[in-house]
Design a protein around this ligand. Structure first.
Ligand code: ZN
Length: 243
């Protein structure tokens, strides 16, 4: 069994389609998507429909919650807030209802799926070991997948010590028995680690292995749609540099 774990698609259809094609080549049979399906990029409706077509397990991120009136828009910077308002206008009632049905946490096959953190699934960023410790201390999960930071990252805890493990493209990380792990697949639709390629991971639950994959996609196409939609230029520019 192989599961594709995606996060922070952010309405980037070009990136999503490239990732789904690669996941398919890699034999993924299921898809877990850790929220922020919309916001920032220009294809929220097509992205939601595509994710439903493939029967993905979906979470809501803070952008999805804000677009459906469940998270305070004033929490966001000006550019993000503008994109959220544009998204809410663009989505029809049916897709807004679809988005409104999602929560920022779900459990799947004994694995915890959250957008932000275990302590605060909607909005807390897990960037460093101290952030990870708060989630490990919150409840005794064995494995948690999270998103929100747009940075591929893995925190593992064994004998009370927490370490950060690198997740380079194509290099498997085995989650050893006895470890507790928190793993972030990076962002499909707006990578921020300086590598503009879309990021996701393949999880092989039987062997407890995760492997991050980076996928080149039609960045110029996604940028052109952002500009044509009248969304802030900076949202197009940042896709080119992965920041
Ligand atoms: Zn996000």
């Amino acid at each position: 069994m192989r599961i594709a774990v995606l996060s922070d698609v952010h309405a980037n259809l070009e990136a999503l389609d490239a990732v789904l094609a690669r996941a398919d080549e890699l034999g993924a049979e299921r898809h877990w998507v850790l929220g922020d399906l919309v916001g920032y990029n220009a294809d929220p409706d097509a992205v939601l429909m595509r994710l439903d077509e493939i029967g993905a397990t979906l979470l809501a991120g803070n952008h999805d919650l804000a677009a459906t009136g469940r998270f305070d828009v004033t929490w966001f910077n000006r550019v993000a807030a503008e994109a959220i308002r544009w998204t809410a206008d663009r989505l029809g009632r049916e897709l807004l209802d679809r988005l409104r049905a999602l929560e920022p946490r779900r459990d799947a096959d004994g694995t915890v799926l959250v957008h932000g953190s275990v302590a605060d699934p909607a909005a807390e960023y897990v960037v460093n070991i101290s952030d990870a410790r708060s989630s490990f201390d919150e409840e005794p999960f064995g494995l948690c997948f999270f998103g929100h930071t747009h940075l591929p990252s893995a925190f593992v805890r064994s004998d009370g010590e927490i370490e950060r493990r690198p997740l380079p493209h194509g290099e498997p990380l085995r989650l050893e028995d006895g470890w507790r792990s928190m793993v972030n697949p990076g962002s499909v639709g707006q990578p921020r680690d300086g590598d503009p390629r879309a990021s996701f991971l393949i999880f092989e639950p039987d062997d407890r292995v995760v492997t991050v994959h980076r996928v080149a996609y039609d960045v110029a196409g996604a940028q052109a749609k952002i500009r044509a939609a009248g969304l802030p230029d900076v949202l197009a520019d940042r896709l080119g540099v992965g920041r």
